[in-house]
Design a protein around this ligand. Structure first.
Ligand code: PMP
Length: 363
């Protein structure tokens, strides 16, 4: 295979519950998984019903153009359907963008401690990563703007960011967009947007009207509870969307996913319940971290990054101690954060089980 493919470090997903049960001799039902920023309420009932009604259609291919889902998204975000690209999860969107806008030898800018798929997508097309050092665990937009080179074609920004949970104010993003040359596409990855408090929300999809080089990426995996179905979408002007659609696999979003996403979009109660649980769980976590004297990065997503020790084996050590107690969280050594763990916010009971296991692990 090509040298640039062999250079890729594989994505490390959260350990599945069944694997941890086998490995540590635990009962699956007793395991708490707070590792993949999933929705602790699972699939919305409205989506389950929509999928049940779709089962009999599975002998046919899905709608390759996602007509019905795009129609709902189009109404919701006030853009016409030809401004929307559907993805097999937003990971697909991130990767399609690399294929559509970058060729081997050109460069892609992203931040240190930003989402792992930016590196994978960049390296997957044989492009050169320009990794900009983070500022206070978040994106340093000034440094990112300054790092753009003549051959830069793409910039990835996660807001809120994973794995650090940091958030950049809309005014700063807009100032940044003004500085980026027109031939560089900015992918604004808003996978955790729905967890922001109303006063932090800004309908950034509206910026795509002003900035022809902006692509906003969203997902149904987090607040909408559909991670296992793999559905995400991008909003951008038709010139970008057209290129994305040429690269996209024709049937990249399956029929169940399209139906479930449409239902979830209309389920305001599910979103509200999730947001309230998330805010309460966040307080539950940070109060305990403060009491334990643990440093954490203030988070705007559905997870918190916490420093569990001051030596570089701390993350792996505490992670193992948690696994033995049946609690799965995410070590972030592969992100260059070996002293930290990333914990997804779960239901109050799950959060409490994690905190009890953490206290034991630290003792
Ligand atoms: N972007 C960010 C910042 C993420 O954290 C994630 C999920 N880990 C994704 C995109 C991709 O999620 P999905 O492919 O499930 O939409």
């Amino acid at each position: 295979g090509p040298e640039y493919v062999r250079a890729i470090a594989p994505y490390q997903a959260g350990k599945p519950i069944a694997e941890v049960a086998r490995e540590f001799g635990l009962d699956e039902a007793s395991i708490v998984k707070l590792a993949s920023n999933e929705n602790p309420f699972g699939v919305p009932e409205s989506s389950k019903q929509a999928m049940a009604a779709t089962l009999s259609e599975l002998g046919r291919y899905p709608d390759a153009n996602g007509f019905a889902l795009k129609a709902v998204l189009s109404k919701r975000y006030g853009v016409s359907p030809d401004w929307i690209t559907l993805g097999n999860g937003s990971n697909d969107i991130l990767e399609i963008a690399a294929h559509a806008f970058v060729q081997g030898g050109q460069s892609v800018v992203y931040s240190q401690y930003s989402f792992a798929v930016y590196a994978l997508a960049t390296q997957g097309v044989g492009a050169r990563p320009i990794v900009v050092p983070a500022k206070a665990y978040g994106h340093d937009l000034d440094a990112m703007a300054a790092s753009i080179e003549d051959d830069t074609r793409l910039i990835y920004i996660a807001n809120p960011n994973n794995p650090t949970g940091t958030f950049i104010a809309p005014s700063e993003i807009e100032a940044f967009l003004k500085r980026v040359p027109a031939h560089v596409v900015v992918v604004l990855d808003e996978a955790y947007n729905e967890y922001l408090a109303p006063e932090q929300q800004f309908e950034s999809s509206q910026w795509v009207r002003t900035y022809p080089n902006l692509l906003v990426s969203r997902t149904f995996s987090k607040a909408y509870g559909l991670a296992g179905l793999r559905v995400g979408f991008a909003i951008a002007q038709p010139a970008l969307t057209d290129l994305m659609n040429r690269i996209r696999q024709p049937f990249n979003v399956n029929s169940l996913a399209q139906a479930a996403a449409i239902a979830a979009l209309g389920d305001k109660d599910f979103l509200a319940q999730g947001a309230a649980n998330n805010a309460a769980g966040y307080r539950q976590f940070v109060e305990a971290f403060a009491e334990l004297g643990l440093e954490y990065v203030p988070s705007f997503g559905n997870f918190v990054l916490v420093r569990v020790g001051m030596d570089d084996s701390a993350g792996a050590r505490i992670n193992l101690a948690l696994l033995k107690q049946g609690v799965i969280v995410r070590p972030v050594g592969n992100y260059g954060l070996p002293q930290w763990l990333r914990i997804s916010i779960g239901l109050p009971r799950e959060n409490a089980l994690f905190l009890a296991a953490l206290r034991k692990a630290l003792a």
